[in-house]
Design a binder for this molecule. Structure first.
Ligand SMILES: [Zn+2]
Length: 310
């Protein structure tokens, strides 16, 4: 091919826009969490370029926005958020700083992943500050039910198809493939969890209602009495008494909380502390959405087996 002035001008213009001609059709997606990034990769394949903002080992309620976040959101074609106020402490400022009309809430380039999923713990009655950092629009940790993961993937498929209609068939095929792999994995997880239906445990934060409901586990208390509020000693004493009374031996903790209080509680009830991954990347084994459940289900089934064997 003979290089003409037009080619040079075109290449220069695309260079200035930061677009490589061969990659021009790729949808640039930014997600607030690694879970949403994993689901986007499942559906988008090589038609998307995905950046996750929060790491899976960080508390998604409290993320320190980095300058690289502004740059990523500024260049995004699609921003996908968990919603339900999970990111209220950091995402609104980021969206306004990024100066990108495409990804503003309400625009086709903004997707609130919570709109078509099953949401638990929607509060009734008045919410006050004394209740701590409650989840006023229901529990935002909803991705921890694989059924919701499938619904999120569906919403991503539909939005990517809207933004890049030429790749609609590819997104549909990749979604179907993901959904059937997830379905096979769910059968495996259900079989592993079946013996523990009705088992009781304690968790640190209210991160797990969807996960526990999915497999019929019963959370009888929280190390953190109210979300975001450190536990007063009286609460810990009550919790220890309740665990003894109901013979509860297992405390599940998210990787971003100190193990000191959970371990001290465990020592008083002859129990164990188990760190589970609330998100992809929360532990090194949780490399994608299906691996996240593989890890958590294997860990919790084995911990409950030990707890009931005593
Ligand atoms: Zn929360």
């Amino acid at each position: 091919m003979r290089l003409t002035v037009r080619h040079i001008i075109l290449a220069g213009a695309l260079g200035m826009l930061g677009v490589h001609p061969a990659l021009a059709a790729v949808v640039r997606v930014v997600t607030t969490t690694e879970d949403l990034a994993s689901l986007t990769r499942e559906v988008g394949g090589d038609k998307v370029e995905v950046t996750a903002l929060a790491k899976g080992y960080q508390d998604p309620h409290f993320v320190e926005p980095k300058p690289s976040f502004i740059l990523a959101v500024n260049r995004a074609d699609l921003l996908i958020a968990v919603g339900r106020e999970l990111e209220i402490g950091w995402l609104p400022t980021l969206i306004s700083s990024a100066r990108n009309a495409k990804i503003q809430p309400g625009a086709p380039g903004f997707l609130d992943a919570s709109l078509n999923v099953k949401i638990l713990e929607i509060p009734t009655g008045q919410i006050t500050r004394a209740m701590g950092d409650v989840h006023p629009q229901g529990n935002p940790h909803y991705w921890l039910d694989p059924g919701n993961g499938r619904r999120i993937a569906q919403a991503i498929r539909d939005r990517l198809s809207q933004l890049s209609p030429a790749d609609k068939a590819s997104f549909a095929q990749r979604y179907d493939d993901f959904s059937s792999r997830l379905g096979a994995a769910e059968k495996r997880w259900d079989a592993m969890m079946a013996p523990y239906r009705g088992a009781k445990l304690v968790t640190y934060h209210r991160s797990w209602p969807n996960f526990m409901e999915r497999w019929g586990l019963n959370v009888i208390g929280y190390v953190e009495p109210k979300p975001g509020i450190p536990a007063p000693p009286a609460h810990i004493i009550d919790l220890i008494e309740e665990m003894k009374r109901q013979n509860v031996k297992l405390i599940v903790v998210e990787p971003y909380f100190s193990l000191k209080t959970p371990q001290s509680i465990a020592s008083k009830v002859d129990g164990t502390v188990l760190v589970l991954a609330p998100s992809v990347g929360g532990v090194k084994e949780a490399t994608d959405y299906i691996q996240l459940f593989d890890y958590n289900v294997t860990q919790i089934a084995s911990a409950l087996k030990q707890a009931t064997a005593r």
